[in-house]
Design a protein around this ligand. Structure first.
Ligand code: SF4
Length: 259
């Protein structure tokens, strides 16, 4: 596949992130997302609009930072929004980054995982997979969509031994029930290629954007989890033999909005 003439909507770009995969990252945040997570920090990424860019221009800029990224043991992360909402553009960015010899990561909710072709997968070194809940009803209530496509992608990545970092956002009163955490931990433990699990504590940093956009924000009264609550959840994953790390950010969107 050629990257020439492939265009897509870029929400923003961050050069020098340390929280979107290993090492120093060039992160391309794409516009468009079919989910409506109640805690989303960047609801301004939901619509597929904004600055239209061509893949080769983005790749040219990535190329100019390649040495810097390599020196920082990093690479390129394609994030969103949901990058698989623009699969051709995402594929071009990943392929072009690989041609530059860089490590590549795809940061996804997995909901559009069926759009991830085998050809794209070849150009991905690591998938940062958000599994926002285990219980289907909780997932649907939290995101507005079904969990099964995400689980299907997780199984496929496991079958293909594609390295994954699984991310779980701990939202008190929504995702924290033992049944939910235990079910997810049990599932993740069946996957063969999970390198780490990140437990990300909910916080209120995204609220201002919802208000700016005039969208009703439902989590006004939800408090961040306590250290004990976070530890309890980490313990559940660890009890299943999983390597657990502190979640350093809330998923999706540029760091300025993550708090
Ligand atoms: S948190 Fe991510 S997956 Fe969820 S709505 Fe926001 S951009 Fe989409």
């Amino acid at each position: 596949m050629s990257t020439i003439g492939v265009e897509g909507y870029v929400h923003s770009i961050e050069v020098g992130s340390f929280v979107d995969g290993p090492g120093l990252r060039y992160v391309v945040f794409l516009a468009g997302c079919p989910l409506r997570c109640k805690y989303c920090h960047n609801p301004d990424t939901w619509q597929c609009r904004g600055k239209m860019s061509d893949a080769d221009s983005v790749l040219k800029n990535i190329g100019m930072t390649a040495e810097f990224l390599e020196a920082g043991d990093g690479g390129v992360t394609v994030s969103g929004g949901e990058p698989l909402a623009q699969p051709a553009f995402t594929a071009a960015l990943l392929q072009g980054s690989k041609r530059l010899g860089l490590h590549t990561a795809l940061d996804t909710s997995g909901y559009l995982g069926d759009a991830l072709t085998d050809e794209m997968l070849v150009n991905i070194d690591l998938v940062l997979l958000d599994i926002k809940s285990w219980l289907p009803d909780v997932y649907r209530e939290l995101t507005g969509v079904e969990v099964e496509p995400t689980l299907r992608l997780a199984r496929r990545l496991s079958d293909e031994c594609k390295p994954m970092w699984v991310r779980f956002v701990l939202v008190p009163g929504i995702t924290d029930a033992h049944e939910n955490v235990e079910g997810l931990a049990r599932f993740v433990a069946t996957l063969r290629s999970v390198e780490r699990v990140e437990v990300v504590p909910f916080h209120q940093m995204g609220r201002a954007k919802w208000e700016q956009l005039g969208i009703a924000y439902e989590l006004t009264d939800t408090q961040p989890p306590t250290d004990d609550e976070i530890q309890r959840v980490k313990d559940v994953f660890e009890a299943h033999g999983l390597p657990v790390d502190d979640g350093r950010f809330a998923p999706c969107g540029p760091v300025a909005a993550r708090g």
